[in-house]
Design a protein around this ligand. Structure first.
Ligand code: SF4
Length: 456
């Protein structure tokens, strides 16, 4: 017999939100591993003890995590989705009558107490702490890399230099933040103008103009440090998308790992962008074995004899050319060398005059060779490149690229929504926290012990 839809809804019925969320639902599995009990404690000093009760900060964190877990980019849409979706309501501890906050609440809190308290990074660090405590992540073998994330800034809305930006009283929030950061870093705006990028965005001046797939775009770099074994994200850091900023971001992540989690990796693997002498020396000084291809430009000599044709005499601190003539160090070893990171060695014009192989050596009257201040470290790391462990490390490094693919394509970070370096950092830490939570649901056994460690 054909049935029909009941015309009149019941006046009373039983309803339990708990029963509407399936056992295997992602949010239910995440809820088992997520511990946000620290949030209210962490935020207590940022709220007044009098007045009307605010929106619960834990509710806002739960809603934001839903946004990153399900790729909901807009906070206005996030509020609509939480209002409509029963599983989202359950995860946010909202019953059917529970009021969903207005989307503007997120903006107000973001620029106020959330940033002052560094809440989003604390949420991320909590996932790392839980993983390390539960033994699902390790800091023994780590990989670091950066990825281009397009900023929310039109390419044609830019000025030629920092000094062309509008003054703080007429500028947008992103410009004001940028100018304030510059002021703190250096009161000499003229100096900054000389050294700064050729084009500065009017909408998001902290983003760097960088080229990707043949197109120049304003972008930030998402830098991530991962455990190559489990794929868990151990560190994340936003930086303007510039080749030179990646090693600095890696330093900050490793330092944070040491300070916050008392952990120093045994092996670090990365691509050639991290293969500069100063960064390799910094890594090795901390007892970390660098499995990184060394940046080596000594063979770029336009067809003439290379660095390898000259032997270094450590005792005499000089090079010897194939004709046995010395190339002695020139200039002050401390001043200029510190600035350039290299020491220069030069032959004598009288030695080179009449040399039978001069045409293969130099077009000048003398031959110069530069030596990195970290040459010994470079040689040590270069020697590792032939080992099987190094090869294996480079294969494991690719896991970090999977993370970038996930946050771009699943979490909606192919183009950033929030402006300024702080906005980019917030998006990266929350995306990394969401990735960690997803991974924790897979790594922890369904009925096994789940370690919950409240963050300080
Ligand atoms: S040109 Fe000068 S430095 Fe070069 S091989 Fe001849 S003597 Fe040596």
């Amino acid at each position: 017999m054909m049935g029909w839809q009941i015309e009149h809804a019941s006046l009373f019925y039983e309803f339990n939100l708990e029963d509407r969320v399936p056992a295997g639902h992602l949010l239910r599995r995440i809820d088992e591993v997520l511990d946000l009990s620290f949030v209210r404690r962490h935020m207590a000093s940022h709220y007044s003890v009098t007045g009307r009760p605010s929106i619960d900060p834990e509710l806002m964190v739960r809603m934001l995590l839903i946004g990153y877990l399900f790729g909901i980019r807009s906070e206005r849409r996030l509020c609509e989705e939480v209002d409509l979706n029963l599983a989202y309501r359950w995860f946010c501890r909202l019953d059917l009558a529970g009021k969903v906050p207005d989307h503007s609440t997120f903006t107000k809190n973001r620029h106020g107490r959330f940033r002052e308290s560094d809440l989003m990074r604390t949420v991320f660090e909590m996932t790392v702490e839980q993983c390390l405590a539960a033994g699902t992540a390790s800091t023994t073998h780590v990989a670091v890399d950066g990825s281009h994330m397009r900023a929310s800034a039109a390419q044609d809305r830019c000025v030629a230099s920092v000094t062309d930006l509008p003054s703080a009283d007429r500028a947008s929030r992103a410009v004001r933040e940028y100018l304030s950061d510059l002021d703190q870093a250096s009161p000499d705006l003229e100096g900054v103008r000389r050294s700064a990028a050729k084009r500065v965005s009017l909408t998001d001046p902290a983003a760097a103009l960088s080229r990707k797939h043949g197109k120049a775009r304003f972008a930030y770099g998402m830098n991530a440090l991962i455990d190559t074994g489990s794929g868990m994200v151990l560190g994340v850091q936003a930086a303007p998308e510039r080749f030179a900023d990646e090693p600095e971001a890696a330093r900050r992540m490793l330092e944070r790992l040491r300070v916050r989690h008392d952990a120093v990796p045994q092996v670090l693997t990365a691509d050639k962008a991290y293969g500069s002498g100063p960064f390799l020396a910094w890594i090795e000084e901390r007892g970390i074995e660098a499995h990184v291809p060394v940046i080596d430009r000594t063979h770029q000599t336009a067809g003439r004899m290379t660095h390898a044709d000259f032997g270094y005499d450590k005792e005499g601190d000089q090079y010897l050319c194939p004709q046995g003539k010395p190339l002695r160090r020139v200039g002050d070893a401390s001043g200029e060398a510190r600035r350039s990171g290299t020491t220069a060695y030069r032959s004598r014009a009288s030695d080179c005059k009449g040399c039978p192989i001069k045409a293969r050596c130099t077009t000048s009257s003398t031959r110069a060779i530069s030596r990195s201040l970290h040459q010994d470290v470079r040689v040590t790391v270069q020697a590792r490149q032939a080992t099987e462990a190094f090869e294996r490390s480079l294969r494991l490094r690719k896991r970090v690229e999977r993370l970038f693919a996930c946050v771009k394509h699943n979490d909606g970070l192919h183009r950033l929504r929030l402006r300024s370096l702080r906005g980019a950092d917030e998006q990266f830490v929350l995306a990394a926290a969401a990735q960690n939570l997803k991974r924790m649901t897979k790594l922890l056994p369904a009925d096994g012990p789940r370690t919950r460690t409240a963050a300080a």
